[in-house]
Design a protein around this ligand. Structure first.
Ligand code: 5CA
Length: 443
């Protein structure tokens, strides 16, 4: 993509009402624009990152569940049947259509997915089943703030599991637990699971996945050793391995403020290892048994001919919030420093002297070669000063920068710089494409 053709309205000044780094940088780098409180339009750069995050989530979720797509607008009737129409309170956006039929804009999808299951699955042979979708949600939050971190409209991945008995349902929960660790790892994040409250979703088993950040709205209390643990891809059908891994991770004390047991925390974790910090909730797991399957009549006939209500869990990831969380972790005073897996472009080319023919010819040539090998490149070909082009490239956070100017061209070289390091190296023009490709593959 050439910058001259790319809709990227960057801002030089910090917007006054943006209080946290991620909000400031998302506005300054032209990723989003607010349309009303807590509701955003996604411009090309922002949408590219959103899609990258979606595809990491999709790739991992496809290993343990099937993707569907439910609508944003739901019939109020199913929410009345589950009892949540009144329970959900003012956060739920209620709508009347032209026939005065009551609809709602979905804040989540337990009711609708349970109805789909109930109308289409009759036999125990069809379970276990796990369905997920990636869809916009609306919650009329009292205090939408920090940009897409706490929006009113936001993109969520939500999955729902259906099982015959509690043992299988806990296996589904555990698979999701490990899947989440892998998803966040792929984004370069160290997310940890913490024991959590179930809130309006309900149930008796729940974990939040959180990222440490000063600006996070959750407070967590945990054993620092949990940060030293790592996760690998595993065979999800190996029930005992799955359970062993989850037992290991949950053996370290970790809790949100709401579920904190002060005595237990102090007795289990030595004072040097206690971490009490702010964190951003990026994912949430719930197990709630038959809370929705009973009122919405989601049952199957088992082998013995008996009708049983399925045991369910639901599992969310804040896709749009993740962008803010990633920026909170990966930024410096100049701008965003994207981890490569989510970066909108892998390489940015900065032509430092647009009006010098040699610089432009070589920039164009490297740009074409990189594009033809499938690398996502943004080439800043605008007729602007070198300083402002470099500042913009730092602001938008592309992981690798190729800087092309007369000084290094004298040695037949260009400069290669990693966004988050101060280690620019001169590389011969004839090697640059291969060098960059090698570095990207290695990451
Ligand atoms: N139905 C369940 C699981 S699918 C559910 O709705 N869980 S939740 O309420 O915890 O939301 C799931 C995830 O969505 C959260 O972990 C958080 O990352 C994200 N999220 C929730 N509210 C917002 C919001 N107002 N703005 C941005 N992201 C949000």
């Amino acid at each position: 993509m050439k910058r001259s053709n790319f809709f990227l309205p960057t801002l030089k000044e910090n917007p006054v009402d943006a209080k946290v780094a991620s909000h400031r940088l998302m506005l300054r780098s032209g990723m989003v624009r607010q349309s009303s409180a807590g509701i955003y339009s996604w411009l090309p750069l922002g949408l590219m990152v959103l899609k990258n995050i979606e595809s990491i989530v999709r790739e991992e979720q496809d290993k343990i569940s099937q993707q569907i797509l439910m609508p944003t607008i739901q019939d109020a009737k199913i929410w009345k049947n589950s009892g949540r129409y009144s329970d959900y309170g003012k956060e739920m956006l209620k709508i009347l259509d032209r026939n005065k039929k009551e609809l709602i804009y979905g804040p989540t999808n337990e009711e609708l997915v349970t109805e789909i299951f109930s109308n289409n699955v009759l036999s125990y042979k069809d379970v276990p089943m796990c369905l997920y979708h990636i869809q916009w949600k609306f919650r009329d939050e009292i205090r939408p703030r920090f940009g897409v971190m706490r929006g009113r409209e936001f993109l969520m991945k939500d999955a729902y599991s259906f099982d015959l008995n509690e043992d299988d349902a806990i296996h589904a929960y555990n698979k999701m637990f490990i899947n989440y660790l892998n998803i966040f790892k792929k984004m370069g994040l160290k997310a940890i699971p913490v024991k959590a409250d179930t809130g309006p979703i309900g149930g008796d088993l729940s974990h939040e996945f959180v990222i440490l950040a000063e600006t996070g709205e959750s407070k967590i209390f945990c054993d620092s050793n949990i940060f030293k643990q790592s996760i690998d891809n595993i065979d999800y059908e190996d029930k005992s391995l799955v359970s062993k891994i989850v037992k290991h991770w949950t053996s370290f004390y970790s809790s949100t403020q709401e579920t904190l047991d002060e005595n237990l925390y102090h007795s289990l974790v030595s004072s040097n290892n206690r971490i009490q910090k702010n964190a951003i909730e990026v994912g949430h797991l719930f197990y709630f048994g038959t809370k929705y399957s009973e009122p919405l009549n989601a049952s199957v006939v088992n082998e013995d001919g008996n009708k049983i209500f399925v045991k369910m869990g639901s599992y969310g990831i804040g896709i749009s919030r993740l962008i803010a969380a990633i920026i909170e972790v990966f930024h410096d005073e100049k701008g965003i420093c994207w981890p490569e897996s989510v970066a909108p472009f892998k390489v940015g080319i900065v032509n430092l002297r647009q009006n010098e023919k040699n610089c432009s010819d070589i920039s164009q040539n490297i740009y074409e070669k990189l594009c033809s090998t499938g690398v996502a490149v943004l080439y800043d070909d605008r007729n602007e000063g070198a300083g402002s082009k470099l500042a913009d490239m730092d602001l938008i956070g592309i992981p690798w920068q190729i800087r092309i100017g007369p000084k290094s061209l004298k040695n037949n070289c260009v400069e290669l710089k990693q966004r988050n390091k101060n280690d620019e190296v001169e590389i011969n023009i004839s090697n640059i494409v291969n060098e960059v490709r090698k570095k990207i593959v290695k990451q």
